[in-house]
Design a protein around this ligand. Structure first.
Ligand SMILES: *Cc1c(COP(=O)(O)O)cnc(C)c1O
Length: 386
């Protein structure tokens, strides 16, 4: 099997698994309890929090564990809306957010909030001037993602932070696709809140965090036993947190070499696709883009049929985002960068990671043109064209 869907999830690094294992049985104590074994699990949790804070350049106290990126996004947006609704009910986001942000904003619209969706250019970068002009007296939150999961485009986060600060508006960023993957000093980037998730950088699924800048206080999203300083209740997922911490430690040490390795594979594959398949569109910004992401629209055929054919050859890829595949609506991200429906339907996302090899790149590069050729032969759109 060849796995090229790293933006959907990554396998756990073996070293992460090893670090986690004792916390399922030998070191199982509830970290909130008073006995010695509990103090040990508590220590492991705090060690992980420290490693995560070091990876992103913030204070350990500013990291609050959640069940993942989705919960962190929901929490940041819902709690800010709840707390500041007396000041205003206007929220700004972008047209290309992950559904964890987009559908949370939609839910708030149903509750009387007004949401402005900032458009993006053909490369998937937001229009910063339009963002500036959209800020109103009653704007309480800007939530704009760091890197897009589908096309990899990277937004000007420091500029947005500066603008938000100047206008006195809270700024949250979904940085699930960047943290642990590319260098991120969040103190320099400057958002008030950001979301992160372990399983996008070789950690376990079901664990993530929300950073909340010291001095900013938002209400909890989940109530109960008062864990995470009363901000996020629920028995602490010690094994998950330990794995998250280990993944952060490894990312800090190995990220720069991983980036060089993965980028070389990605560039090779992208060039081979460009050379061997006619009538395609490569999506995303040429430079301001994740080093592991290829998103390509292959004209006159359907993304779903490409995926099925690749699956038959043992290749795992994606069309649009993992959450929307299975539905027949084309990706909202591809529509937002201005592609017409029929072209957006033919999208293929190949996202690479540290376990891919040049042999795998060669294999995919030789299989894909054959698959495309065969699908085009039976495509009525391709026949019409001829
Ligand atoms: C994967 C992803 C999420 C969701 O994170 P989970 O930990 O899977 O809930 C949110 N935003 C982006 C950009 C993502 O890629």
């Amino acid at each position: 099997m060849i796995y090229m869907d790293y933006n959907a999830t990554t396998p756990c690094d073996e070293r992460v698994v090893e670090e986690m294992l004792p916390y399922f049985n030998n070191k199982f104590a509830n970290s909130a309890s008073l006995y010695r074994p509990a103090r040990e699990t508590r220590k492991a949790v705090e060690e992980a929090r420290k490693n995560i804070s070091l990876l992103v350049g913030v204070l350990p106290d500013e990291i609050f564990f959640t069940s993942g990126g989705t919960e962190a996004d929901n929490w940041a947006i819902m709690a800010t809306a709840l707390k500041f609704q007396s000041k205003g009910k206007h929220i700004i986001t972008s047209a290309i957010e992950h559904h964890a942000v987009l559908y949370t904003c939609k839910a708030l619209e149903k509750q009387g909030f007004e949401v402005t969706y900032i458009p993006v250019d053909n490369y998937g970068i937001i229009d910063i001037e339009q963002l500036k002009n959209s800020i109103r007296k009653d704007t309480i939150l800007i939530t704009i993602m760091h890197a897009n999961n589908e096309i990899g485009s990277i937004q000007p986060i420091s500029e947005i932070s500066a603008m938000a600060k100047e206008k006195g508006v809270i700024f949250h960023t979904d940085s699930v696709q960047t943290i642990g993957k590319i260098p991120c000093n969040l103190k320099e980037l400057g958002p008030d809140m950001f979301s992160l998730s372990a399983h996008k950088f070789y950690g376990p699924k079901g664990i993530g965090a929300l950073y909340i800048r010291k001095g900013l206080s938002i209400p909890p999203f989940i109530y109960g036993g008062g864990q995470e300083k009363g901000k996020r209740s629920g028995t602490t997922n010690v094994a998950g947190i330990v794995g998250f911490g280990k993944a952060a430690e490894l990312a800090k040490q190995e990220m720069s070499t991983d980036i060089i390795y993965v980028k070389k594979l990605r560039d090779t594959l992208e060039n081979k696709i460009k050379e061997s398949i006619p009538e395609i569109i490569l999506n995303g910004h040429p430079e301001k883009k994740l080093h592991n992401t290829i998103n390509v629209c292959i004209k006159h055929i359907e993304g779903e049929s490409i995926l099925l054919s690749l699956d038959f050859e043992g290749i795992c890829a994606s069309s649009g985002s993992a959450c929307t595949s299975g539905s027949l609506e084309p990706s909202h991200v591809l529509l937002a960068i201005g592609l017409p429906h029929e072209i957006a339907h033919g999208s293929l996302r190949l996202t690479l990671g540290k376990y891919n090899t040049m042999d795998e790149v060669e294999k995919v590069a030789s299989v894909l043109p054959r698959v495309v050729e065969r699908l085009r032969q039976i495509s009525p759109f391709w026949q019409d064209k001829k």
